[in-house]
Write a protein that binds this ligand. Structure first.
Ligand code: SF4
Length: 329
């Protein structure tokens, strides 16, 4: 077992993802004062749906069936039926990939008994205040840690933040079961298993990075697109907004609300006057637009949309989008 570096017990609990973000930007764990408007939709996204399907397939031991692909298809159909047709964007492709990978997933799980297949169980380190919920931990003769990823990978390697995440997970698995995973893999729906090397040194280094970041000044904001993306302080973090103006294809918009146009769906399109010109944002849940023209608006995690007939740049609201709208003082 790797010896842990002692840290301040008064600091907050970190998931592997937040721990990584903290190492990249110490300000990311600071207090949040903005109430974030996210919309009331209960729709699931593609990643969540794929994880739910996998969890059910494992719970019913579908991987041990004679035809695991068939049982996986049944788990898919059950979840789809529960959603009543409200399927997330991109689900058709994810579904096809999930089913195509069913046999490989079943082979990975092998003939393990249910108590050797740990699916989405939280593991914690109370001393270091780290906690995480790996997608799959397989016990038995070979201990395997698996993280399911639904996004498209363009090469047989994963981003550094994913490696960091899995390194912390491997540490938590060892702490929980007394067994270091023999194999650590990302199971990518488009590429299949992608091995990640986790060593004693890498775990020690990751824990040191977290401890060092915890000790850093909370005022030390280091904005970067991949780091800021899911940061809960993003809407209020001024360094982020200052930096985002220079990002070539920033997924966020800040400016003055000029117009609000209602659609028959209950969603609205809002016209935001930014420093670089006017931008339409479409598909915003109507209940989020509590203010009116002249208010200050910040919206993040927006998708792209085509430039409209008037030549105005467009953005569209997505599942992970969030907004903050306030009347200037
Ligand atoms: S939004 Fe970006 S720069 Fe600001 S605290 Fe979060 S990660 Fe750091």
């Amino acid at each position: 077992m790797t010896s842990a570096t002692p840290i301040d017990q008064g600091r907050e609990w970190l998931s592997p993802t937040r721990a990584w973000r903290l190492t990249e930007c110490p300000a990311s764990v600071g207090p949040t004062t903005y109430a974030t408007a996210k919309g009331t939709t209960q729709d699931v996204n593609t990643g969540t749906l794929a994880h739910r399907v996998l969890k059910r397939w494992i719970a019913v031991e579908g991987y041990r069936a004679q035809d695991p692909r068939q049982t996986l298809a049944s788990a898919v159909n059950e979840h789809v039926a529960e959603l009543g047709g409200r399927l997330p964007a991109g689900w058709a492709l994810a579904r096809a990939r999930l089913l195509a990978r069913g046999t490989a997933l079943a082979a990975l799980l092998g003939a393990r008994s249910p108590d050797e297949v740990i699916s989405e169980q939280e593991m914690i380190d109370p001393e270091l205040r780290l906690r995480g919920t790996p997608d799959l931990v397989l016990l038995g003769p070979e201990v395997v840690l698996i993280d399911l990823k639904t996004q498209t990978f363009t090469k047989d390697d994963v981003p550094d933040w994913v490696k960091f995440q899995l390194t912390i997970y491997a540490y938590l698995v060892e702490l929980t079961y007394g067994l270091r995973p023999d194999r650590v893999e990302v199971f990518s729906l488009n590429r299949g298993p992608i091995p990640v090397t986790v060593t004693d040194e890498k775990i020690k280094d990751a824990l040191l990075q977290v401890a060092s970041a915890r000790a850093s000044s909370r005022h030390d904001a280091k904005p970067a697109e991949v780091v800021c993306y899911f940061c809960r302080r993003r809407l209020e973090c001024q360094p982020h907004w200052d930096a985002a103006t220079k990002w070539p294809d920033a997924d966020c918009v800040e400016g003055t609300l000029r117009r609000i146009e209602e659609a028959t769906t209950g969603a609205v399109a809002v016209l935001i006057q930014t420093k670089d010109g006017d931008v339409w944002v479409s598909g915003v849940p109507g209940e989020l637009i509590t203010g009116g023209p002249g208010d200050h608006a910040r919206l993040v995690r927006l998708g792209r949309s085509r430039t409209n007939e008037s030549g105005l740049t467009g953005r569209r609201w997505g599942h992970n989008s969030a907004a903050h709208i306030a009347t200037p003082m």
